[in-house]
Design a protein. Structure first.
Length: 232
C-alpha cells in the first residue's frame, strides 16, 4: 500500500468493499449513462399522463430487477495510478452514479486540477442557469481533489462561494482548483468555474482539515504523502 493510499484510507475511513471487476464496472457505467438520459428525458418530456404512467410502471419494474441483487453499500474506492481514491459512485465524478454529471477531474502540471463539463437542464436552478448548490457541489469536489493532489487531503471544513454571474446550462464549462496554502492539518484551496467565453461565473475558497489520527501520528503534519504525493 502506498503512503498516499494509506493516508486516504485513514482520512476517509475507506473500508474494504466488495471488489468489482472491470466488466461489471463497464456495464454499470453504461447503465448509469442510460439512466442519466432517462432523467433528462423525464425532466423535459411532454408526453401525455397515460404515457407517463405507463413509463413509470416500466421504470418500477426495472428498479425491481436491479434490486434483485444489491450491494450493502455503494461501490467505492479504487486507488488510481496517481495515488488518489476514485469513488465509482461519487455524486459529482462517479461514472456509476446517474446523479453525477459526471465531472471528470484531471491533474494539471502546476499541481492543480481542472475539469471540462456540460450540465444539462436536470441541474437547472434559475431559468436557463445552473442551480447554485450544484455549482457548490462541483467546486467542493474539485477543491477536495486539489487538496488531495497536493498530498494534504481532508474533510471540507469551510466552503465559501462568490457567484459572480449566472452559470448557463447546456454549454461547455471549465473549472480549475489549486491549493494556496497548507499548514498543519489545514489546507486552503481556490477554484473557479468559467463559462464558454472564459469569464468566471463562480469563485470558491475552501479549507480542508485532516482528521486527527489520519496521518498516523495524531495528524500534526500536513505532508501526508511524503515522497508519494499524487501528481498528474
Ligand atoms: C473515499 C474518499 C475519496 C476522496 C476522493 C478525493 C477527492 C475528495 C473530494 C472530496 C470533496 C468533498 C468533501 C466532503 O464533502 S467532506 C463532507 C463535508 N464535511 C464534513 O462533513 C466535515 C465535518 N466536520 C468534521 O469532520 C470535523 O469538524 C473536522 C474534521 C472538519 C474538524 O474536526 P477536528 O476535530 O479535527 O477539529 P478540531 O476541533 O480539532 O479543530 C482543529 C482546528 O480546525 C479549526 N476548525 C475545525 N472545524 C472548523 C471549521 N468547520 N471551520 C473553521 N475552522 C475549523 C479549529 O478551530 C482548530 O483550529 P486551531 O485552533 O488549531 O487554529
Amino acid at each position: 500500500m502506498s503512503g498516499t493510499d494509506a493516508v486516504m484510507r485513514r482520512v476517509f475511513a475507506v473500508r474494504e468493499r466488495e471488489a468489482m471487476d472491470a466488466a461489471t464496472e463497464a456495464a454499470l457505467a453504461g447503465l448509469a449513462a442510460r439512466v442519466r438520459e432517462l432523467t433528462e428525458a423525464v425532466v423535459h418530456t411532454a408526453v401525455d399522463p397515460a404515457e407517463a404512467a405507463a413509463v413509470a410502471a416500466e421504470v418500477a419494474a426495472l428498479a425491481a430487477r436491479l434490486n434483485a441483487a444489491r450491494r450493502a453499500e455503494p461501490p467505492i474506492a479504487r486507488i488510481g495510478g496517481n495515488g488518489l481514491v476514485r469513488q465509482l459512485a461519487n455524486p459529482v465524478s462517479g461514472a456509476l452514479n446517474p446523479v453525477a454529471p459526471p465531472v471528470e477531474i484531471e491533474f494539471t502540471p502546476d499541481g492543480g486540477v481542472r475539469t471540462a463539463f456540460t450540465l444539462n437542464g436536470v441541474y437547472e436552478g434559475p431559468p436557463s442557469f445552473v442551480h447554485g448548490g450544484v455549482s457548490a457541489m462541483v467546486l467542493d469536489q474539485l477543491l477536495g481533489a486539489a487538496a488531495a493532489a497536493n498530498g494534504t487531503p481532508g474533510m471540507t471544513a469551510t466552503l465559501e462561494l462568490r457567484y459572480r454571474r449566472p452559470t448557463p446550462w447546456g454549454v461547455p464549462l471549465t473549472a480549475t482548483a489549486k491549493v494556496s496554502r497548507a499548514e498543519g492539518r489545514k489546507t486552503w484551496a481556490d477554484a473557479v468555474i468559467a463559462g464558454p467565453d472564459g469569464r468566471t461565473t463562480v469563485e470558491a475558497t475552501a479549507m480542508f482539515i485532516m482528521p486527527v489520527g489520519a496521518h498516523g501520528d495524531g495528524g500534526s503534519s500536513g505532508d501526508v504523502a511524503d515522497g508519494d504525493a499524487p501528481r498528474g
